[in-house]
Design a protein around this ligand. Structure first.
Ligand SMILES: Nc1ncnc2c1ncn2[C@@H]1O[C@H](COP(=O)(O)OP(=O)(O)OP(=O)(O)O)[C@@H](O)[C@H]1O
Length: 468
């Protein structure tokens, strides 16, 4: 398949390498250094089959160009490329009708594959125009590949009125993601209402969700408007959905199917338009298999699933997250922000973070309040983490790690485990990369160089790709 592809980027090297890769794949490519040149070309010739555009360019930026292209060539699939992958950028691109969002730097193979995929498919539906999102909501921080994937998914999903199920361990940011989905959606000006199913006694949950009339039960002295009604036109975030009692699951399923319900003890039929975003740290399939969660409710909630990575799977984000939390604490205490020493950051990398981002956030607040100087040292982190200075690991001779590996392998074999080589290799590489990232303060290029790995190879390993 050969297609006509246009590239718009003020960066000559991007134009050059992308055009070369696409030509090699058999496409006919034209490249432009600014938006105005594309619009001129459109006056003289038919639109291409596909267009790549950068976002930040002198003159019209990529999003302004996207806007103009939607008027002049509405069917043209546009792939937006940007070095800034956050929810605001991805959502802005998808809201403007982008077909896909490509984070820079990207793999050329991925870009070529994207062209094939896009042209083999029906044109993307045009997105509804959404109101300008409300500013100032606390954003998601993190640049790890898994987070970039997540931002793209949020940006795309915010535009579609689909139910979303967010899974992830406690403290991974599920509520923040739900808020971002709302903030970037056409519902942004309507309420975002959150309800933590696990935090409310089962007997109160029904009236909390659907409201009650005065006199509906003992103690119901006046009418109560439930969360569903409060969220009308907006988004209802149901956290810890796995903890919902079965009887209420049945009722929820009916309300979701019909879009209407009675308040507890009420006769008036209430109609609402609510987008439900549910979250859980539990394995809902397992609960369903056990009969503790309704499989049909799971299917209704789980139209699209977003999985949030645990913090230990994106340790490269520890530095920026900690910096963000220390800055927030400093602003609150009206003091200059404290900084982590290299050793202190290494301690963060060595920790396993069972409480994920929330645990890191709490630790940073403790450090901001308690560390005696503006520079936070490894000892301060140990103290705040409650680690004793002489841990078992530091007593062992670090040169003898291969002995420890042998002990591990024997123990695994004795337990009948298989696939040892792949598992050990993954942990071996992970340990090296984590150590190098900690040592270089998260600077990937330097970390790769210190390890003697190519930057791309390390990027692939960080993403957990098997292919080498
Ligand atoms: N990527 C992130 N960037 C910045 N802050 C984050 C991020 N992820 C989580 N946080 C912060 O960590 C804390 C926990 O996040 P959140 O409440 O969204 O997690 P959760 O997964 O919903 O937790 P739980 O399952 O316990 O309800 C919040 O204070 C949130 O602001």
């Amino acid at each position: 398949m050969s297609a006509r592809v246009w590239i718009v980027d003020d960066d000559r090297s991007v134009r050059f390498v992308l055009a070369a890769a696409l030509r090699q794949a058999g496409h006919v490519v034209d490249a432009f250094d600014r938006a105005a040149a594309v619009l001129d070309a459109l006056d003289a010739q038919p639109p291409p089959d596909l267009l790549f555009t950068d976002v930040r360019m002198p003159g019209d930026d990529g999003l302004a160009l996207l806007d103009k292209l939607k008027a002049r060539a509405p069917q043209l699939p546009v792939i937006v490329m940007s070095a800034y992958t956050d929810v605001a950028s991805t959502a802005g691109a998808f809201r403007g009708g982008a077909h896909e969002f490509l984070s820079k730097p990207f793999d050329l193979d991925d870009a070529v594959a994207l062209v094939t995929r896009t042209l083999g498919r029906d044109p993307a539906p045009t997105a509804d125009v959404a109101p300008t999102p409300a500013p100032d909501a606390p954003g998601l921080v993190g640049d790890a590949p898994a987070m970039r994937t997540l931002y793209r998914a949020i940006g795309r999903l915010a535009q579609a009125p689909l139910s979303v199920l967010i899974t992830g361990e406690t403290g991974t940011g599920k509520e923040l993601v739900a808020r971002a989905l709302h903030r970037e959606s056409p519902r942004a000006r309507r309420p975002f209402v959150a309800l933590n199913t696990a935090a409310i006694p089962a007997e109160l949950l029904e009236s909390e969700l659907f409201g009650h009339e005065a006199g509906a039960f003992t103690g119901a002295t006046r009418r109560h408007v439930g969360r569903f009604e409060q969220a009308d036109g907006g988004t209802l975030f149901l956290d810890e959905i796995g903890d919902m009692p079965l009887a209420l699951q049945t009722r929820l399923l009916r309300v979701l199917a019909e879009g209407e319900f009675f308040r507890v003890g009420g006769r008036e039929l209430i109609r609402v338009d609510v987008r439900v975003v549910a979250a859980t740290h539990q394995d809902l399939e397992a609960l369903a298999a056990d009969g503790r969660f309704r499989a049909d409710l799971l299917h209704r909630l789980d139209v699209v699933r977003l999985r949030l990575p645990p913090l230990r799977e994106r340790r490269e984000d520890l530095g920026i997250l900690a910096e963000r939390f220390l800055a927030a604490a400093a602003a609150k205490f009206d003091a200059p922000p404290k900084r982590l020493s290299g050793d202190a950051l290494a301690r963060l990398h060595a920790h396993d973070w069972p409480g994920n981002v929330r645990e890191l956030e709490n630790l940073c607040w403790r450090l901001a309040a308690l560390a005696p100087t503006e520079r936070i040292d490894a000892d301060d982190v140990d103290e705040a983490l409650g680690v004793r200075a002489a841990s078992a690991a530091s007593q062992a001779d670090p040169e003898r790690w291969d002995d420890a590996l042998g002990t591990w392998a024997t123990a695994q074999l004795e337990r009948g485990q298989s696939q040892l080589h792949a598992r050990a290799l993954e942990r071996f590489e992970r340990a090296l990369i984590d150590a190098a990232l900690a040592y270089t303060g998260g600077r990937r290029t330097e970390a790769a160089a210190r390890l003697g790995l190519g930057r791309n190879t390390m990027g692939r390993k960080l993403r957990g790709d098997r292919a080498r």
